[in-house]
Ligand binder design. Structure first.
Ligand code: SF4
Ligand code: SF4
Length: 496
C-alpha cells in the first residue's frame, strides 16, 4: 500500500527516539515558472538569491514585530519538542518545533544580530547556503502551521509564523511550492481551488437539488449568483463535489430552506480557502479575500456566512476585516463574518429547526477539532465557543457522542496531518506519519466507546482523513461533515 513504513498505533502515545535526517528527503514538487510568475514571484531560483533572501528576512522582521520577538525569545527550554505530530510520527529531530524554528533563527542571527555577525559559532549562527535553503524547503513543508507547539511554549512562540515567513522568503527567490501556488493561480483565473467554471458549478448545484428532492420529496434550492439574497455563503470548493464535504453543503441548504432565509453561492467567490496564508503572502491573501468583498457588493447581500473550512475561518475571523474591509455595507446586526456553525447553533437554540437525532443512530460519533478553528479563531459569543458550538450541533443531531482524550482535543488538538498546504500526493509520507497522534486518539474511542465515525468542520481535515484513515485500518468513509449529521437529522417542512 505504501512505499514507506506506517507507524504502529500504540495504546499510549510514545515519544520516539530521534533519528537524524530520516525525513530530509520529503519535499513537495517545486512550482513551475508560469505558476510562480502569476503570483508575482520569480519563475526559478534567481542568481542573487542569497542577498534577496536576506533582505526579505529583514523586511519581514521589520514588518511583523511578532516574528522578531519569536526569533529572539526562545530560551531552548524544550517544552515544545514532543508537541509536534510530525516529530511524533517521524522521529526526525528537525521536526521538533524548536529545531524547525532554528533553521530560520540561525540565519536570522547571522545577518541581523551583533553576536551572530561577529561571533557566529558562539551563538549558533549560520550562513545562508544552498544546503540551508534545501533544508528549509524540506522541513518548512513538514509544518502544517497548526500552532500546537505555541500552546505549550511558555513564551507563546508560534512556529507557524516562522514557517510562513520561510515560505515567503523561498517564494521571493523563486523556490515556491507547486501545490499551493498552482491553486492560488486557479482562484485568480476561475474563482476556486478546483478550477471549476461557472457552468460546471451551476450543473453540480442543480444535480444536488435533484438528489435532495429524490431523497426527501422536498424541493430545496442551492442558488448561485442570486442578486438580492440575504446571505452570501462562501464555502470551500471541495463542498461542491468531494465526499463527505458535499453532504455538508446539502446540510447548509436544508438549514437555510427550513429557516426560510434567502441565500446564494457566488461563482466569482466560489472558494472559501485562502492558500495565501499557507505561503505567508499578505498580498496574495488579500487578493483572494477581496473577491469575497466584491461578490458581496455585487450580489447586494446583507450577511456573509462561511462554510466548513478550518483555515478559511481563520483568515475570515482573524484577518478579513483588515484584508478586505470595511464591511459597513452589511447588516450590522450580524457578526462579520459568521460561521455556518453559529448560524445553525442559533437556529437550534431558538427551536427554529427540528432535528430527529435517531436519523443518525447508525453512527457513534466523535469530533476532531481542526487546528485553525481551535487555536486561531473563536465562534459565537462565549469564550471557547469554537469548541462548544460544533459539539452542541453534533449532540443536537445524534444520540451517541464521545470525545477523544482531553490532551488531544480543544486547544491541544492534533492536526490531521494534511494542513498548511501539505494536502498533496507528493507529501503522502509526511501526511500519513503526521496523522499518527490523531489516529491513536481515535483508536482509543473506537475501542472504549465503539465510536464508528469522526466528524469535522474543515475541508482539508475531511480530505486528509479520507486518504489516511485506511493506512491505519479505519474505513475511509468514517469521516463525516458536521452538517452532514444535520442534513440527516433535519425534519423538512416542519417550520412555516
Ligand atoms: S505549528 Fe504544528 S506542525 Fe508546525 S512545528 Fe508547531 S506543532 Fe509542528
Ligand atoms: S517551548 Fe518555546 S522557548 Fe521552549 S524551546 Fe520551544 S520555542 Fe523555545
Amino acid at each position: 500500500m505504501a512505499d514507506f513504513d506506517i507507524p504502529e498505533l500504540k495504546e499510549y502515545p510514545v515519544i520516539p527516539t530521534i533519528h537524524e535526517g530520516v525525513m530530509a528527503h520529503s519535499k513537495p514538487f517545486v512550482a513551475k515558472d508560469e505558476f510562480q510568475k502569476q503570483l508575482g514571484f520569480p519563475g526559478e531560483l534567481i542568481d542573487n538569491w542569497q542577498q534577496v533572501a536576506i533582505d526579505k528576512m529583514g523586511e519581514l522582521t521589520g514588518k511583523y514585530r511578532s516574528l522578531a520577538v519569536f526569533l529572539d525569545a526562545c530560551v531552548k527550554c524544550g517544552a515544545c519538542t514532543d508537541k509536534c505530530h510530525y516529530y511524533l510520527g517521524t522521529s526526525d529531530p528537525k521536526n521538533m518545533p524548536v529545531a524547525r524554528q532554528d533553521l530560520y533563527r540561525k540565519v536570522y542571527r547571522r545577518y541581523y544580530t551583533f553576536a551572530g555577525k561577529y561571533f557566529p559559532k558562539l551563538v549558533g549562527a549560520t550562513d545562508l547556503t544552498k544546503e540551508v535553503l534545501d533544508d528549509w524547503y524540506s522541513y518548512f513543508h513538514q509544518c502544517s502551521q497548526c500552532r500546537r507547539c505555541s500552546v505549550f511554549c511558555p513564551y507563546g512562540i508560534d512556529t507557524a509564523e516562522i514557517s510562513m515567513a520561510a515560505r515567503e522568503v523561498m517564494d521571493c527567490v523563486g523556490v515556491g511550492q507547486k501545490y499551493c501556488n498552482e491553486i492560488i493561480g486557479k482562484v485568480y483565473k476561475i474563482g476556486n481551488n478546483l478550477g471549476l467554471p461557472e457552468a460546471a458549478l451551476a450543473d453540480t448545484l442543480e444535480g444536488l437539488e435533484e438528489d435532495i428532492e429524490d431523497d426527501t420529496g422536498v424541493k430545496v434550492r442551492l442558488p448561485l449568483d442570486e442578486k438580492g439574497a440575504e446571505v452570501l455563503v462562501v464555502t470551500p470548493s471541495a463542498d461542491f463535489f468531494a465526499e463527505p464535504h458535499v453532504d455538508g453543503l446539502m446540510g447548509y441548504a436544508k438549514v437555510f430552506h427550513e429557516a426560510g432565509i434567502s441565500w446564494t453561492l457566488s461563482s466569482y467567490a466560489s472558494e472559501a480557502a485562502n492558500f495565501g496564508m499557507f505561503i505567508g503572502s499578505y498580498e496574495n491573501m488579500r487578493k483572494v479575500s477581496l473577491r469575497i468583498r466584491e461578490a458581496a457588493l455585487d450580489l447586494g447581500v446583507k450577511r456573509i456566512i462561511f462554510g466548513e473550512c478550518g483555515h478559511a475561518w481563520r483568515v475570515a475571523y482573524s484577518f478579513l476585516n483588515t484584508l478586505a474591509g470595511p464591511f459597513d455595507f452589511l447588516d450590522p446586526k450580524y457578526p462579520v463574518p459568521q460561521h455556518i456553525m453559529e448560524f445553525t447553533y442559533d437556529l437550534i437554540q431558538r427551536k427554529a429547526i427540528t432535528l430527529d437525532k435517531s436519523a443518525n443512530d447508525d453512527m457513534v460519533l466523535t469530533y476532531h477539532d481542526s487546528c485553525n478553528v481551535a487555536r486561531a479563531s473563536r465562534m459565537g459569543p462565549m469564550p471557547g465557543g469554537q469548541f462548544i458550538l460544533p459539539r452542541e450541533v453534533i449532540k443536537a443531531s445524534c444520540n451517541h457522542f464521545y470525545d477523544m482524550p482531553q490532551d488531544t482535543i480543544h486547544d491541544a488538538t492534533y492536526c490531521c496531518g494534511g494542513g498548511g498546504g501539505l494536502l498533496t500526493d507528493d507529501l503522502m509520507e509526511i501526511r500519513v506519519k503526521g496523522a499518527l497522534p490523531r489516529m491513536e486518539a481515535l483508536k482509543y474511542v473506537v475501542e472504549t466507546y465503539g465510536v464508528t465515525h469522526m466528524a469535522a468542520i474543515c475541508a482539508i481535515c475531511k480530505s486528509q482523513f479520507t486518504k489516511v484513515l485506511p493506512y491505519y485500518g479505519f474505513k475511509m468513509d468514517s469521516i463525516v461533515s458536521v452538517h452532514q449529521l444535520v442534513s440527516n437529522a433535519i425534519v423538512l417542512g416542519k417550520k412555516q
